[in-house]
Structure formats: structure tokens, C-alpha cells
Design a protein around this ligand. Structure first.
Ligand SMILES: [Zn+2]
Length: 142
């Protein structure tokens, strides 16, 4: 088994869907490749490129601040998936713990919903912060 990593900057063409600004995004990229018995399961270079393209789509436009809606939605969906799992786990725990003082189970949905919102907000904020750190725009002269 071989693990290979690709590091360095990937250059991605960026075009704002709102104001049409064209720029080149330099994305600090990383990818990991996994080779088992000579068979490549994932390609480090390819993974770095795909990750860079995704990060560039998530970065706000340097001119108007517009952020690609489909990319943002993708981040929210990942956060929501994790949030649902966390909310259910916490909800069941709360229902179990407070079964005696809260026999109708009114507390669990409230705590579950609060957990869901907190997880989605935290995951989205973390993702967007990492994008801000990784993506730098270079103005393209036309
Ligand atoms: Zn723009």
C-alpha cells in the first residue's frame, strides 16, 4: 500500500456568475492518493484539482462578493446531514435522560432542533473560513 500526497497551488479559472468578473484563483490544494497492490484507488493530483475547483466555486467574488449558490447549497447539505445525525443522537439521549421529569418528551425535539441548527451553522462557518484561507484571486487582465 502506498500513500502519495499532492501539495501546492492549483490554478483555477474563475468567473463570477453575477457580475461576470474573470479571475484566476490560486488555491492552496492538497490531495491524497492511495495505491494498493499497484492499483491506484485515488489520484493525488486529480483530487487536489477537484478540491481546488470546488473551493474556488465557494469563494466569494473579489469584485461583488457573490458566492455561487449551488456550491453553498452543497456545503449546507453536508452540514444538514451531519446535523440530522447529531440531532437524533442528542434527542434520543435527552429523551432517555429526562424521561421521568419530561414524560411527554417535549424537551427532546427542542434540544434536537437546537443541536441541528448549531451543527449546520458551525460546519458552514468552518468550511467557508477554510475556503477564505485557501483561495487567493489574481486579477486577469483582458
Ligand atoms: Zn462578482
Amino acid at each position: 500500500m502506498d500513500i502519495d500526497a499532492a501539495l501546492g497551488e492549483q490554478y483555477v479559472d474563475y468567473r463570477c456568475s453575477r457580475c461576470g468578473m474573470v479571475a484566476q484563483a490560486a488555491v492552496a490544494g492538497y490531495g491524497t492518493g492511495l495505491v494498493v497492490n499497484g492499483v491506484s484507488l485515488s489520484n493525488a493530483q486529480l483530487e487536489a484539482e477537484v478540491g481546488a475547483a470546488r473551493a474556488a466555486r465557494l469563494a466569494p467574488c473579489p469584485r461583488c462578493g457573490h458566492r455561487g449558490r449551488p456550491a453553498l447549497l452543497g456545503v449546507l447539505l453536508v452540514g444538514a446531514t451531519v446535523g440530522v445525525v447529531a440531532a437524533m443522537a442528542i434527542g434520543f439521549t435527552v429523551a432517555e435522560l429526562f424521561h421521568r421529569s419530561d414524560p411527554e418528551g417535549r424537551l427532546a425535539p427542542v434540544v434536537g432542533t437546537a443541536t441541528f441548527v448549531a451543527v449546520v451553522a458551525t460546519m458552514t462557518a468552518l468550511k467557508l473560513r477554510s475556503v477564505r484561507r485557501r483561495v487567493r484571486f489574481h486579477r486577469v487582465m483582458l
